[in-house]
Design a protein around this ligand. Structure first.
Ligand code: GDG
Length: 462
């Protein structure tokens, strides 16, 4: 295979660790293979929309075997492309939240402009046998822009978030343009079978594409291959982190602090897709229905700050503060608070210790492409005395992690019952479930994901 070129909205130094599933997985891939990582620098400048910034269009930096190449965005471009279209239209609609989408016509213009500009800046950096792997909803039309400039290299695309059913997708004003652009790739990857089924139904019914063999569709001159490639984690690295001093320290402190109580753990970006208010209501229901849990169970909810300049994220912030305050006010005792809500990022090295101290993890998104927290929790457990994973059936991870306790997060009472079952699960059953879950996340880990996707991309017929 030729040199690997990864394109994603944000580029992170792979020698440092970052919060965010995508950054963690991509850093892992590139550290292994070397190559080029191209995307936005994270910097916003005051130059004119669409124009190159005055200090040169592309910043380059060498990070071990990886060349980082980044561009700054003009404020107007950033606001329309990133805040407006990617996170104000595509993120909510792809997570089935039409009610939160803002279809302002200026946003899509900025989205097209930035995708075109990124294609123009990447093109001169490409070598003839490069294999290009574009990531996520920010960059759906970028391959089409590259092709328009004459790029003939293999291009793959991976969607990290869900793809909704055709009639939800069709609410986006330019939906057909958006999905047509996927046909400019040699391979399109989804997280789950459900997403792939939505793609297949959409392209056949809305675009009139023809099935062209298993996992292939033809639209006019173009044929695209599409498949399911559930993303994984580096299980061994994560298990090793569990034994590092930072995680051990966290684990010991949690065990001491909560020696008489059982810990429930939630770790999420503060995002409306993660089902946090529903989770807190289920926890309140648990305290109401099962008085034995009062004074004996504590929920630690980490909600790392995310996309604070997008309007819908302010509402969830306020809702969480109100709910946590109400639960603690109604049920708290002088020596016990039911919820510890932490609206900050926890250092990555400490996370495994927190996971390991948890008797139960609550991973209950309303929709999620995959959800890596579910897999990290499993990897961090003590096999002799493992915690229990309560997992939303609407996370992509639920297609793989069948031995978790699967819940419908909208059903508050049933979720409360599931949490109680998790708290009471005997150790033999916990061990058996954990063993099966661990084997699954080992089989399909991040290397499997990367190798399988890149293998399929290199061999996709052209
Ligand atoms: C998107 C898709 C898909 C979270 N809080 C802290 C922290 N994290 C880390 C977790 C995990 C990552 O962030 C979150 O990954 P998820 O997969 O759960 O969710 P998204 O960020 O929404 O990621 C998702 C993923 O892409 C990959 O394809 O699975 O469905 O939405 O690694 O550990 N890390 C630290 N402190 C925190 O407070 N250090």
């Amino acid at each position: 295979m030729g040199r690997l070129v990864i394109v994603s909205n944000r580029v992170a130094d792979p020698r440092k660790t970052a919060a965010g599933g995508l950054a963690v997985a991509l850093a892992d891939v590139l550290n292994r293979t070397g190559g080029l990582w191209f995307g936005w620098s994270g910097r916003i400048t005051e130059h004119e929309a669409g124009a190159a910034p005055p200090d040169g269009p592309v910043h380059r930096q060498q990070a071990g075997p990886v060349t980082l190449a980044t561009v700054d965005l003009a404020r107007a471009d950033h606001d329309a492309y990133y805040l407006g279209y990617a996170n104000g239209v595509l993120w909510p609609v792809f997570h089935y939240r039409l009610d939160l989408a803002n279809f302002d016509a200026g946003f899509i213009a900025g989205y097209r402009r930035v995708n075109r500009m990124l294609a123009q800046r990447l093109l001169p950096l490409l070598q003839p046998d490069d294999v290009i792997w574009i990531h996520d909803y920010h960059l759906i039309p970028m391959a089409a822009e590259l092709r328009a400039l004459g790029c003939t290299q293999r291009i793959g695309f991976f969607l990290h978030i869900p793809l909704p059913p055709p009639l939800i997708l069709a609410a986006i004003p330019a939906h057909d343009w958006l999905v047509r652009a996927l046909f400019e790739h040699d391979l399109v990857g989804f997280q789950s079978e459900a997403d792939l089924a939505h793609f297949s139904r959409y392209v056949e019914t809305e675009l009139g594409a023809e099935p062209a063999g298993p996992g292939r569709w033809r639209l006019g001159e173009r044929t695209v291959r599409a498949g399911t490639f559930p993303i994984g984690i580096d299980v061994d690295e994560f298990a090793a982190l569990t034994h590092a001093p930072e995680a051990r320290d966290m684990y010991t402190r949690m065990r001491e602090e909560y020696s008489r109580r059982r810990l429930l753990i939630g770790v999420d970006r503060l995002d409306y897709s993660k089902g946090l208010p529903q989770r807190l209501r289920a926890f309140r229901e648990l305290l109401l229905r099962h008085p034995d849990t009062r004074n004996s169970a504590t929920l630690i909810q980490i909600a790392s700050p995310s996309r604070e300049s997008v309007l819908a994220y302010n509402d969830i912030l306020r809702e969480m503060e109100t709910l946590c305050g109400a639960i603690n006010g109604d049920f708290g005792e002088l020596d016990w608070m039911p919820v510890r809500y932490i609206h900050r990022t926890v250092a990555r090295k400490r996370l495994p210790g927190l996971y390991r101290a948890g008797r139960v993890a609550l991973v209950t998104p309303l929709r999620d492409g995959m959800n890596l927290v579910a897999k990290e929790f499993v990897a961090a457990q003590d096999p002799a005395d493992p915690g229990v994973l309560v997992l939303s059936r609407f996370a992509g991870a639920a297609e793989q992690l069948r031995e978790a306790i699967l819940v419908n997060p909208y059903d508050i009472e049933a979720t409360a019952q599931a949490i109680q079952a998790a708290l009471q699960m005997p150790v033999q059953e916990r061990r058996a479930r954990h063993q099966a879950l661990l084997a699954g996340i080992r089989r399909q880990d991040v290397r499997w994901w990367c190798d399988t996707f890149l293998g399929a991309l290199s061999s996709a017929p052209r």
